[in-house]
Write a protein that binds this ligand. Structure first.
Ligand SMILES: O=C(O)CCC(=O)c1ccccc1C(=O)O
Ligand SMILES: [Mg+2]
Length: 353
């Protein structure tokens, strides 16, 4: 079977920049792709790289798309190299979506698009356009809401709590450790007792600081679910050691950004938490295979994708989640609801390409 392949870039500005230990991230850029089969069934996919996190760059993904022929096959998709993990996700999830349509009784004509009049669904509201997802055998999943770095977290949690979130993730390693530890004190005193807090350092701590955080967390009466990626990727052995020395759990994130890295850390003996970002980790089918073979403790997490990538990522997350870990997709408050994500039909190269 041959599939017609189309793609377009998109650009979304965050309402407020996302501050991490890497600096402030202002704009999310990516690629929306579409596969159309010979009967005009379509599948949408999204390529949303984060190169500072360990995926390919947007320019590399764009270049890959530009060099593909207009008609591709499954073999094209399953032979995308591991160096392009966000592309593997985008193409495979588009293929998956199209096949889902094949096994679904077509009652909704909105999606049956003529290739001569391409109109993209609004990626913000794709959930109302797509086919019903296969029923999940799992319990309803909860989401974790992302808090801003620094003392802004002290004001931000309450509104999110009222929206129904009870797990929060706070970015640390952005301000000096003593300042942030003081805020941690205030935050844990003000959060409701049933709330859970995740701390995400994005690899921005040194070993001394990491120990200070872990000691504070061990002493803390509040429910600290885990400390995420305290040290840089090359300090994996130290994190392995710390995970055995402290009560507070450690989650790897940047260290397991892609599937080969995930496999490596597992092989090296990591049995703590793995944060998995389906949007950049690579091939969904190979991820599924690995997670089903090894019953790892996984937390699934957003890459600030649009509703197109989110739908595919959530399908994977719901299928592979265990231990009732909240999923890190509570990031909608970083985007303006009505904002467009680029028009299907106007072709501009991404600004960074
Ligand atoms: O995981 C979450 O709860 C929210 C998503 C998130 O924090 C994130 C989003 C994009 C890039 C990196 C990260 C991160 O976990 O470090
Ligand atoms: Mg993280």
């Amino acid at each position: 079977m041959n599939y017609q392949f189309d793609f377009r870039p998109y650009r979304r500005k965050f309402v407020r920049g996302v501050a991490t230990s890497h600096g402030v991230w202002e704009i999310r850029e990516g690629i929306i792709l579409r596969l159309t089969d010979e009967t005009n069934k379509v599948g949408w996919g999204e390529i949303a790289p984060i190169s500072w996190f360990g995926s390919e760059t947007l320019a590399q993904a764009w270049d890959f798309c530009c060099h593909l022929p207009q008609e591709i096959t499954e073999e094209t998709i399953f032979s995308i190299p591991d160096q392009l993990p966000a592309c593997q996700f985008g193409f495979e999830s588009a293929l998956w979506e199209m096949k889902e349509w094949n096994s679904w009784r077509m009652g909704d004509k909105r999606i049956l698009l003529s290739p001569h009049h391409p109109t993209a669904p609004n990626p913000h509201s794709l959930s109302v356009v797509g086919p019903p997802s296969s029923p999940s055998p799992h319990l309803p999943m909860t989401h974790s809401a992302l808090l801003p770095a620094g003392e802004a977290a002290l004001q931000a949690w309450e509104n999110l709590w009222q929206q129904g979130y009870s797990t929060f993730k706070w970015k640390i390693g952005v301000y000096p450790t003593p300042v942030e530890l003081k805020i941690l004190d205030l935050l844990t005193q003000s959060l409701p007792a049933s709330a859970k807090l995740r701390l995400d350092a994005n690899g921005g701590l040194n070993q001394e600081q990491a120990k200070l955080w872990l000691e504070s967390c061990d002493r803390c009466k509040a429910n600290i679910e885990f400390l995420e990626q305290p040290l840089s990727v090359d300090e994996f052995p130290v994190m392995l050691e710390l995970s055995q020395r402290y009560q507070t759990a450690i989650a790897l994130d940047e260290s397991v950004a892609t599937l080969p890295q995930l496999k490596y850390c597992f092989q090296q003996g990591w049995r703590g938490i793995f944060v998995i970002k389906p949007g950049i980790v690579g091939s969904p089918s190979r991820l599924r295979q690995f997670c089903q073979q090894h019953e790892i403790d996984a937390v699934f997490s957003s890459v600030f994708e649009t509703a197109i990538g989110r739908k595919a990522a959530l399908q994977i997350a719901v299928e592979l989640s265990r231990y009732n870990r909240a999923m890190g997709f509570g990031v909608d408050h970083y985007f303006v609801e009505e904002e467009g994500v680029g028009r299907w039909g106007s072709v501009d190269a991404p600004s960074s390409a």
